[in-house]
Design a protein around this ligand. Structure first.
Ligand code: SF4
Ligand code: SF4
Length: 472
C-alpha cells in the first residue's frame, strides 16, 4: 500500500502506485487542457507531483513539449541563473564485491585491473585536480568491506581536505559509496562531507534484483532505504538518481520523484541533487545488451520535467554524456557538470596507464577542464567553483528555505564570479581568461543586492592581488 511517509521501501516506492501512474499518464496524454493547466501552474515554481510530472513526460504534442521546455528554462533561470557549478569525480578504489551487471567493477570481471589508491596516491591525484582548478570532488569507491572499509574512506577524506598545494584546495568532498549503516553515515557526517550520493539504479524491484544478482547491493530494501538512514544520521544533503537504460524510463522517472517526495515528507527536505546518468559502454559492458536505452529527445524531456517537478533541486550531468548532449540539457535544467574527468583509479596522474585498464565507464566528453570552462563561457554560462553553502552551514532545510525564498541568488551569483576569478587567475589559458574577465564584468551587474555587489567587487580586486577564498 502506497505511503509516502513509510519507512519501508516497498511502501514509499509502491509498485502499484507507479503502474497506476503510468496508466493515468497514458490515458490522459491527449488531454490538452489538463496538460496546459499543469504547465501553467508549474510556472509558479511550486513543483508538481509524480503523477502530474508523469503526465507531462507522456505528452507527445510538439507544441506542448516546447512549452514545457520554455517553463523549464524559466525555472532554471530563476533559481540558477546562467551559473553552472563544476566538479570532478575521484575514484579511490575499484575493488567491489557486488555483481551489478551494468558496471565493469562487478566482482566477477576478471579482465579489469583492480586498484586502490594509497593515501600518497590520493595526494598526487588531488594535487593534479587542484592544478586543473577543481574545488569540489565526488569520491567514488566500489563496495568491499575488506579493501574499502569505512575507515579507508574517512582517512581519504581527511587526506583530501588537508592538501593545500599552491593556491589549490578541495573545499567540498561529496561522497558516493555503497549503502551503509546509520553509524557509518554519522562518521561520514563528522568527516565533513558535502552531499552523500547514492543512485538507486532502478526502482523496479524485480529488475533491480536481476541486475544485482550478488553482493550486499542485491538487497533492494536496504539500498532503497539508505537515504533515510543517511538523513537520520544527520547528513542534510543527499543526492539521488537512476541509471537510465536499466529499466523503462517511465517507471524509474516516477520512482525517482516518489523518492524525492518521500524524503521531503519524512525529513522536511527533499534531495539536494538529482543526477541523470545514462547507461554507457565500459570494459565488459555493451549498451546493446540493454533493451531500455534512452534516446536523446526523451532524455531532454526527462531533464526538463524533473526541472519543472522539483525546481529547488540541483541537477547533475556527468561526462558520460557527450559535449553535444550536455549542451542540449544545460538551458532546461542542469545546474552542475563535471569537467576534465577521469573515471579510472589513478587516471588524473597517469591516464595513459589507468584509463585503459581501470575505468568505470567510457567518458564521452574528454575535454580538459579549461576547454569545458571556455565552452561554457562561449555559451553564455558562468562556470562556478563555489562551495560556500556547506561551509557556511547552509545545508538541508536551511539551504532549501533560502532557495525557496529566492534569496540564494544573492550568494550564488557573487560566489560564482569570485570563484571564477580565482580560476582565471590561477589556472586558465590566456584565451579563457580573457573571456572570463569579460563575463565577470558583465555579470557583476546582475548581483541583486547592492551592498553584496560592492563587497564582491572589492573581493575581486583582492583576488587579483593574490588573496583567496572569499564567499557569501
Ligand atoms: Fe560495485 Fe558500484 Fe560497480 Fe555495483 S555499480 S559493481 S556496487 S562499483
Ligand atoms: Fe551552491 Fe550555495 Fe554556492 Fe549557490 S552559494 S552555488 S547554492 S554552494
Amino acid at each position: 500500500m502506497y505511503n509516502v511517509k513509510s519507512k519501508v521501501a516497498e511502501e514509499f516506492i509502491d509498485d502499484a502506485e507507479i503502474l497506476s501512474t503510468i496508466e493515468y499518464a497514458q490515458a490522459n496524454k491527449n488531454n490538452r487542457q489538463l496538460i496546459e493547466s499543469l504547465i501553467e501552474r508549474a510556472r509558479n515554481c511550486k513543483g508538481l507531483t509524480h503523477r502530474e510530472a508523469a503526465l507531462l513526460l507522456e505528452c507527445e504534442d510538439p507544441g506542448l513539449i516546447e512549452k514545457m521546455f520554455e517553463v523549464a528554462k524559466e525555472i532554471k533561470q530563476k533559481f540558477y541563473g546562467n551559473r553552472i557549478v563544476m566538479f570532478a569525480p575521484l575514484y579511490l578504489s575499484n575493488y567491489c564485491v557486488n555483481g551489478c551487471v551494468y558496471c565493469p567493477y562487478h566482482a566477477k570481471n576478471k579482465t579489469i585491473a583492480r586498484r586502490k589508491l594509497t593515501q600518497e596516491e590520493i595526494r598526487q591525484e588531488v594535487i593534479a585536480l587542484q592544478d586543473m582548478g577543481h574545488k569540489r570532488l565526488a569520491l567514488e569507491a566500489g563496495e568491499h568491506p575488506a579493501m574499502n572499509p569505512i575507515e579507508y574512506i574517512l582517512e581519504s577524506i581527511k587526506t583530501i581536505y588537508s592538501i593545500k598545494h599552491k593556491n589549490g584546495a578541495i573545499r567540498r568532498v561529496n561522497v558516493n559509496i555503497a549503502a551503509t549503516t546509520v553509524e557509518n553515515y554519522q562518521k561520514l557526517r563528522d568527516a565533513g562531507i558535502g552531499t552523500y550520493i547514492l543512485f538507486q539504479e532502478t526502482y523496479h524491484k524485480k529488475n533491480y534484483e536481476a541486475l544485482h544478482p550478488s553482493g550486499p547491493k542485491s538487497n533492494y530494501a536496504y539500498h532503497t532505504e539508505a537515504m533515510d538512514r543517511a538523513m537520520e544520521a544527520g547528513i542534510d544533503d543527499v543526492g539521488i538518481g537512476v541509471l537510465y537504460g536499466l529499466n523503462t524510463y517511465r517507471y524509474d522517472f516516477i520512482g525517482l520523484l516518489m523518492h524525492a517526495e518521500h524524503l521531503e515528507a519524512t525529513f522536511g527536505v527533499g534531495p539536494h541533487t538529482i543526477s541523470v546518468p545514462r547507461l554507457c559502454d565500459a570494459d565488459d559492458i555493451d549498451t546493446d545488451d540493454f533493451a531500455n536505452t534512452v534516446p536523446d529527445d526523451i532524455f531532454r524531456r526527462i531533464v526538463a520535467v524533473i526541472r519543472i517537478a522539483v525546481p529547488y533541486t540541483g541537477m547533475i550531468v556527468s561526462t558520460r554524456e557527450s559535449q553535444a548532449s550536455r549542451e542540449k540539457v544545460l538551458d532546461i535544467g542542469v545546474s552542475q557538470i563535471s569537467g576534465g574527468s577521469h573515471t579510472s583509479v589513478g587516471g588524473y596522474v597517469n591516464k595513459e596507464e589507468f584509463d585503459e585498464t581501470t575505468s568505470q565507464f567510457d567518458v564521452s566528453d574528454r575535454r580538459t577542464l579549461d576547454e569545458v570552462v571556455s565552452w561554457l563561457l562561449d555559451l553564455g554560462y558562468i562556470p562556478s567553483f563555489c562551495t560556500a553553502c556547506y561551509r557556511a552551514g547552509r545545508t538541508g532545510d536551511r539551504f532549501m528555505s533560502l532557495v525557496k525564498l529566492g534569496q540564494i541568488a544573492n550568494c550564488c551569483q557573487p560566489n560564482a564570479l569570485m570563484t571564477l576569478k580565482e580560476y582565471l587567475e590561477d589556472y586558465a589559458s590566456p584565451e579563457t581568461r580573457l573571456k572570463g574577465e569579460r563575463m565577470i564584468e558583465a555579470e557583476m551587474q546582475r548581483v541583486p543586492n547592492e551592498k553584496v555587489r560592492c563587497i564582491a567587487v572589492e573581493n575581486l580586486e583582492r583576488i587579483a592581488k593574490g588573496e583567496r577564498d572569499f564567499r557569501f
